[in-house]
Design a protein around this ligand. Sequence first.
Ligand code: HAM
Length: 428
Amino acid sequence: IMALSTKPYKGTRDFYPHDMRIHTWMYDKMKEVVKSHCYEEYNGPMLESFELYAAKTGEEIVNQQLYTLEDKSNRKLAVRPEMTPTMARMVAGQVLELPKPVRWFSFPNLWRYERPQRGRLREHWQLNVDLLGGEPLYADYEILNIAYKLIDNFGGKDKIKIHVNNRKLINHFFTEILGLTAEQALKASKAVDAKAKIPEEVYKTQLQEAGVPEEQFEKLEAFFNSDLETMKSNYPCEGVNELTELFELFKNTDVEEQLVFDAKIMRGLDYYTGTVFEIYDISPENNRAMFGGGRYDNLVGLFGKQQLSGVGFGMGDVTLRQFLETHNLLPDDLHDFVDVFITLPENKFFKASVQITESLQKLGLKVFTPLQKAKFANQLKLANKINAHWAIIFGDTEFNNNQVVVKNLKSGEQKTLDLNNLEKIREV
Ligand code: HAM
């Protein structure tokens, strides 16, 4: 018989404890930031009806990347490729009752059938931070500020740039200036979005198919490379006004230096209607967006009860970890899982070791027991390998005197303690 493979399914990861430690550490750091702004955690099901994504998520994900299945009653389902539709569905379900603004976060695992490559896998975890209601300008400000603070809390604020754009400006250009229909505009924006990743010829063909004739290409290039001042004079519109107000609001803040206007920011998802943004690692090693999001006016309203505009972003664990590794921002020592190692020299001491374990646990310490007798030297080797802080050693002499020897494995210092004085372990 052929042995089963120990490899996980293509594009997915096993989280061995070493990786799980990093994963949990990242999640805890994220939570610190969003909780300080009173965002509340929510979650939803991994499976949703196929229609939920067909409605708004966008062609690329729905046609190429969705994991779909049928249940035993022939309902067409999809494994969630993103959290925003679930979030919108849940907010819509209680839209009248929820206090506004709604501030929610979640850290779901999401599935997309992608070609696995650096920064892109088939399963990833994504911090979702969403803010619904409030004055749109202020809400956009808060969300961008939180995106910045998340990176700052990892020590990376000067290793990123926040690229901001506005869908209304793009739509203005494609429909008012180039005269495209809404559908053509969407196609053209996809082409521009994909430009860096596809051959020049394919890009040009896609633009032509979207209704942009070749003689307009130069104008298009000029537009996408304009700065905000040029936009103001050449393409005045609501999108430019919103961008101007937003950049104005960030003047003289910590965020200002990392904030750049970038007309090329499109976002792959169809539901964005206003501000859109992507956070880039400045290191060329990580050349795709680290995370991104934007404003969506019409998602909650899809469910019929009431319209409620929101803004938010998704920050993936894969790109974040690469960012932290690239810039050396991961702590080297996350091995805090063992405080005390209790040696077991002979089986007759097993019950005594259980009692010592329980006394130490009551003092708030994490205690490791080997469950098998062995020579001291071998046990201490194991204690060092699992990075225990102290070892407790005892034999007949100590046991008969109600004592143990405590050894600090970091400093080598050693002390005899009475069993009713175990709290002194912290001084060794
Ligand atoms: P998205 O741009 O599709 O947006 O994904 C957001 C982030 O999730 C990406 O920038 C990346 O960090 C990570 N990500 C996405 N796909 C993958 C993948 N296959 N492998 C690894 N990481 C990935 C959304 O999903 C929106 N729903 C975000 C949002 C929330 N907008 C408003 N609220």
